[in-house]
Design a protein around this ligand. Structure first.
Ligand code: SF4
Ligand code: SF4
Length: 135
């Protein structure tokens, strides 16, 4: 019965998509906080990595799609390596970004980049940002 509730209620369509893309089961998280305590950019996030997992479990994935966190994440994999439950948190972050990007929602608009400032940015950084942050 409980599994049925999760399947039809909390595990909504959006979360199923996140789990399909990431290959992770968010319900394995027991909120130890190891992921967040090791994240080097957590102070710039509006939702911490462990909160991403908790909100996902509550069926509140829409809030994560609207968050700064998924764009701030640098994909350093620290969270994934620290999780005692073997959850690849970075892949979950990536899944949320991917859903936005597939909808044409990105973090930066290439047309609005200051060309003069771009000359001071290493090309590899620009290419990386374009791939990761533009829809
Ligand atoms: S992969 Fe992202 S969420 Fe995980 S520790 Fe690195 S920056 Fe933080
Ligand atoms: S480290 Fe793993 S189990 Fe702990 S809060 Fe983060 S995702 Fe959940």
């Amino acid at each position: 019965m409980f599994r049925g509730i999760i399947k039809n209620g909390i595990r909504n369509e959006l979360l199923l998509k996140v789990e399909e893309i990431s290959g992770q089961n968010v319900f394995n998280c027991y909120q130890c906080g190891n992921c967040s305590s090791g994240c080097p950019v957590v102070e710039y996030m509006d939702i911490t990595p462990n909160q991403v997992l908790r909100l996902s479990q509550y069926g509140a994935s829409e809030e994560i799609l609207d968050s700064e966190t998924i764009w701030v994440c640098s994909t350093c994999l620290q969270c994934s390596s620290r999780c005692p439950k073997g959850i690849d948190v970075a892949r979950i972050m990536e899944a949320y970004r991917t859903i936005n990007l597939r909808s044409g929602i990105g973090k930066i608009n290439p047309r609005k980049i200051d060309v003069s400032a771009a000359n001071d940015i290493p090309p590899i950084l620009l290419v990386s940002a374009m791939r990761k942050l533009t829809g």
